[in-house]
Design a protein around this ligand. Structure first.
Ligand code: ADP
Ligand code: ZN
Length: 307
């Protein structure tokens, strides 16, 4: 991305970025001072997600041992309280993950690192990064979907996550069961919602396989695409994004984007003028595994700009 800001000193700062995932945290120091003006990850570490004390202590230790950062952006697993007026702003809301419900992740890191800190969901940050740092020109509305241990999605509109009173929870939309599929679903709240039917662990349980090892099983991926295409339909008919990026472990499965495109064409049934069959509509992440962490860096930079 080419920088056009009028405060070059600000852009040459080191930015802290934290992608807080359900199985691992990735903390990174990001430079915005490369000759091209592009963000560059200069140092990073993976920390397993255990209890908040242990995990956050390791994150703080990483930043303490790195070049000083000027601000931190957190791209967190959800649900997160993102209501600025709420006493719980910046904390993890009720979650089945042991120890994390109510964890004041933003306050704790702001206090420990003594820098401005911003927070978004992991998919919000990834959507913003794919929109601002991915292929240009990018559409005004870009959706990012992660399909991994869970399913989450967010829409970036001109670099800002689309949000209502809360962040969206598009992984939990109801889905129409594919004929012949009698898998009950595994969402603890809804059973057979999209996440319950199509997250990585659902594939593993339904088929008795490790999803990472069955690239050749087109039956598995066709069924997966049939469920994910129902989310494409919901996105098209609600916010009409110009691009939908599928990331996460399952989203990175080779060939799945093409299958989702094909399933989406039949899912939409020809109603409405959507470009779901185009190669640049349903795509893998242009930023690879870095979308979330680079989105967190953009958020850190936004903290500097506003402080
Ligand atoms: P997380 O959800 O914790 O951020 P991932 O996005 O990597 O992590 O998702 C993990 C899930 O993705 C697991 O269910 C795993 O089996 C599945 N997975 C990992 N790699 C692949 C792959 N290459 N193809 C399909 N599924 C994968
Ligand atoms: Zn659900």
């Amino acid at each position: 991305m080419t920088e056009t800001g009028s405060q070059p000193d600000m852009w040459s700062q080191r930015l802290g970025a934290l992608e807080a995932g359900g199985t691992k945290f990735r903390a990174a120091v990001v430079s915005g001072a490369a000759a091209s003006g592009a963000l560059e990850i200069v140092d990073s570490v993976m920390v397993p997600t255990s209890d908040p004390e242990t995990t956050l202590a390791e994150v703080v230790a990483f930043f303490a041992g790195s070049e000083p950062i000027s601000a931190l952006g957190i791209a967190s697993f959800g649900p997160v309280d993102l209501d600025l007026g709420s006493p719980g702003y910046g904390s993890i809301a009720a979650t089945p993950k042991p120890g994390w419900s109510g964890c004041r992740i933003l306050d704790r890191l702001a206090h420990a690192l003594n820098v401005p800190v911003g927070i978004q969901t992991d998919v919000e940050a990834a959507a913003v990064a794919e929109q601002l740092l991915g292929p240009q020109p990018s559409p005004d509305r870009l959706a990012y979907v992660t399909v991994g241990t869970g399913i989450g999605a967010a829409v970036a509109v001109h670099g800002v996550p689309l949000r209502g009173c809360r962040h969206s929870e598009l992984g939990h939309i109801p889905v129409r069961r594919v004929a012949g599929d009698d898998y009950p679903g595994r969402c603890p709240f809804h059973g057979d919602c999209l996440e319950g039917m199509a997250c990585g662990p659902a594939i593993a349980e339904r088929w008795g396989v490790d999803p990472a090892d069955v690239a050749e099983r087109s039956d598995i991926w066709q069924l997966e695409a049939a469920y994910l295409a129902q989310l494409v339909r919901v996105l098209c008919y609600s916010v009409a994004p110009g691009r939908i990026v599928f990331g996460g472990g399952v989203g990175n499965q080779p060939g799945i984007a093409e299958m989702i495109r094909k399933s989406s064409v039949s899912e939409l049934g020809g109603y409405g003028d959507y470009s779901v069959d185009l190669d640049d509509f349903v795509v893998p992440p242009a930023l690879g595994d870095d979308s979330g962490v680079l989105g967190a860096a953009l958020l850190a930079r936004a903290q500097l700009a506003s402080s």
